[in-house]
Write a protein that binds this ligand. Structure first.
Ligand code: GDP
Length: 311
């Protein structure tokens, strides 16, 4: 089968699927549309956590054991910052700093986030297209029992402990899809549009909140298939299951399918949960991505489901 593949993704969970896709499709046929709702300014720097997770993971630079940041990182900057009593709740390794400093400089010089991201991907010889969802700022805010928290305060500083009441995406209503985003969804040569098993509420919803993107997905001629983040009635990692409970939802694939109703044509679910009760077309497999082979297998299963739906 040939054709392009477009994938909507957040950070760590999404990067696993994108890395798997790169094993089963020519990388230059893949477009990844990335959440930028987690982006924030810190110490004057423009930080794009999900874009950076993709850049590090796909170029073999990620610290897989830690689950964030770079392999072989050093911490001279952070130690010096602490000695000066600077804010130290968000860890910035020395190598990581290079991205943030250069991105901040280029943005200040008038370059767009898409152009900066393409520049970094090219420098690290990544052939896939990494597209921020928007070049306009969108900021995820979490309304919690401890008040309104910008995303990184909730996620990193408060370690997702506050109970979530609602999530909102500041700036989304006025944001435009970045160049290439709608084109990647509408491209008639597209074999499948995948939604990675990223957190639907925190990582995928910000992308869907950019006007034009969910409309394009709903109207796309290519099948849209999501990979469920639920494995064995739980999230593999992170706050997805806790957040679903706090929003009054059962941690089930039916809730994931309902969440994406009108957008997806199919859902890939884990064999531990099965597809019982699912009205949407689905396939069942082991979706736990521990090894590179697992990642490729899950990517292939998602593409197979898309091919089956396309007929
Ligand atoms: P973040 O932006 O770094 O928080 O990461 P994402 O939003 O991209 O991914 C977090 C989600 O990925 C969680 O809901 C996890 O359940 C899911 N996830 C992580 N690893 C796996 C996996 O191996 N298989 C599946 N099915 N889901 C996973």
């Amino acid at each position: 089968m040939s054709g392009r593949v477009t994938v909507l993704t957040g950070g760590v969970g999404g990067a696993k699927l994108v890395l798997g896709l790169m094993q089963v499709c020519p990388p230059d046929t893949i477009s990844a549309i990335v959440n930028t709702g987690d982006d924030f300014r810190h110490l004057g720097l423009a930080i794009s956590p999900d874009i950076d997770t993709l850049l590090y993971t796909l170029s073999g630079r990620a610290n897989a054991a830690q689950g964030w940041g770079r392999e072989g990182e050093t911490w001279t900057f952070m130690d010096a910052l602490k000695s000066l009593h600077g804010e130290d709740w968000f860890l910035l390794g020395d190598g990581d700093m290079a991205l943030h400093v250069l991105r901040s400089h280029l943005l200040t010089s008038g370059e767009t986030l898409s152009a900066v991201t393409a520049r970094f991907a090219a420098a690290w010889e990544l052939a896939l297209r990494i597209l921020p969802m928007s070049d306009d700022p969108v900021a995820t805010h979490i309304e919690t029992d401890r008040g309104d928290l910008p995303f990184q305060r909730y996620f990193v500083e408060q370690r997702c402990i506050p109970a979530v009441r609602a999530v909102r995406f500041e700036g989304a209503a006025g944001a435009r899809p970045a160049p290439g985003v709608i084109e990647a969804i509408n491209d008639p040569d597209t074999r499948a549009i995948l939604i990675a098993p990223s957190n639907p509420w925190l990582s995928v919803d910000p992308i869907l909140a950019v006007p034009g993107i969910s409309e394009a997905l709903a109207a796309a001629s290519a099948p849209v298939v999501a990979v469920s983040p639920i494995v064995g009635g739980q999230a593999v990692k992170g706050p997805t299951a806790k957040l679903m409970g706090e929003l009054g939802l059962a941690v089930t694939n039916e809730a994931i399918a309902d969440h994406y109703a009108g957008i997806i044509d199919g859902l890939l679910v884990d064999e531990r949960d099965g597809g019982k009760g699912l009205a949407v077309p689905h396939a069942v497999t082991d979706t736990l991505m521990k090894t590179l082979e697992d990642r490729a297998r899950v990517a292939m299963a998602a593409l197979d489901l898309a091919d089956r739906i396309a007929g």
